[in-house]
Design a protein around this ligand. Structure first.
Ligand code: 13P
Length: 339
């Protein structure tokens, strides 16, 4: 393990002004995204869509790294250029989702999930490194309304096993314990469960000697469930998120890159910006958004070659807004200015 190299990559991933494009949707998740814009979910369409983002030079100026799905890391652009090279040419770092999704965890609460993918991970990681990946991602899924200690522990331990393996192969692990926001739980429940999950995760990272200087944490923000009776203000989300993270995340971690988790794209930007405006914490804070970066370009593209420029403009706008948010400089009136 070369901790100096890992730390440099981690710092670059969270450098102010830039953040991570999570373009690692599995083929199943892409089915939902493509259905929403009435486009067939074929290998070529997935390639064309992702290629348009990676070729959007100006937008990619706000992107420090791109998380890829296994299919994409091996794919070439239409003209034969490896997609990984397009990302590198845009001065962004290629990364790879290495978890293999979640399945029901028998023995936990009914419906509790455990993330799969540790078997043979030590064989897959060097191949991804050779292809250009310098960071990886593993997502644990926690439902705040359906949680047992056994489930939490199993997920935290798997995150630590994954992080430990990544570092052995000089790949920065993005550690992503996601507390879901789909339910009706109050913001206080999200706060309490997230604090528990983060504390258990860092305990497991400690037991496995994971070097915190060489990871990036990808948590959820502290928001109420989407169906909660009381929604929260931007200030409340920002303050509660900072409070929970300060209570749970060691300052040796270089940076935090939030998932958007189903927030609207503008709210995900506003929350991040407000936190960076407050600025009372020891880490860099940026974005690692999937939906909050891509919903607008997907809609603009709609599977048509003649819409590529419009989709790239929509992507630029969201990337620029989030780049500003990573410095606490986003304002509502900037949101209204088209890219
Ligand atoms: P969202 O920003 O759409 O939540 O996706 C981020 C991600 O990578 C989830 O694993």
């Amino acid at each position: 393990m070369n901790l100096d190299a890992l730390n440099k990559v981690a710092e670059a991933m969270v450098a102010p002004g830039r953040g991570i494009l999570a373009a690692d949707e599995s083929t199943g998740t892409m089915q939902k995204r493509m259905d929403a814009i009435s486009v067939q979910n074929t290998e070529d369409n997935r390639r064309d869509y992702r290629e348009l983002m990676f070729r959007a030079k100006e937008a990619m100026g706000y992107v420090s790294g791109v998380i890829l799905y296994d299919e994409t890391i091996w794919q070439n652009a239409k003209d034969g250029t490896p997609l990984v090279k397009l990302i590198e040419d845009a001065n962004a770092i290629p990364g790879i989702k290495v978890d293999e999704g979640a399945r029901d965890l028998l023995g936990g609460k009914p419906g509790e999930k455990i993330t799969r993918g540790l078997d043979k991970l030590h064989e897959r990681l060097p191949k991804y490194y050779e292809k250009g990946a310098r960071f990886a991602k593993w997502r644990a899924i926690i439902d705040p309304n359906n949680i047992s200690y056994a489930g939490l522990l199993a997920n935290a331990h798997a995150l630590a096993r994954y992080a430990n393996l990544c570092q052995e192969f000089d790949i920065v692990p993005i550690v992503e314990p996601e507390v879901l926001m789909d339910g009706d739980n109050a913001i206080e429940t999200t706060a309490a469960v997230t604090e528990w999950v983060l504390k258990e995760t860092f305990q497991q990272l400690y037991y496995l000697n994971v070097a915190l200087e060489g990871i990036v944490l990808k948590p959820n923000m502290i928001v109420p469930g989407k169906k909660a009776a009381r929604q929260a203000s931007i200030d409340e989300v920002a303050e509660k998120t900072i409070k929970v993270l300060k209570a749970s995340v060691p300052s040796a971690v270089p940076g935090i890159a939030y998932l958007s988790g189903g927030q609207s794209d503008e709210l995900a930007t506003a929350h991040l910006s407000r936190m960076n405006e407050i600025g009372d914490f020891p880490w860099k804070m940026t974005f690692s958004y999937g939906r909050a970066l891509q919903a607008a370009p997907q809609k603009a593209w709609a599977g048509k070659a003649e819409n590529v420029a419009a989709a790239q403009r929509a992507f630029l706008h969201r990337a620029r807004m989030n780049g500003l948010a990573s410095k606490g400089e986003w304002k509502t009136d900037l949101e209204k200015q088209a890219a």
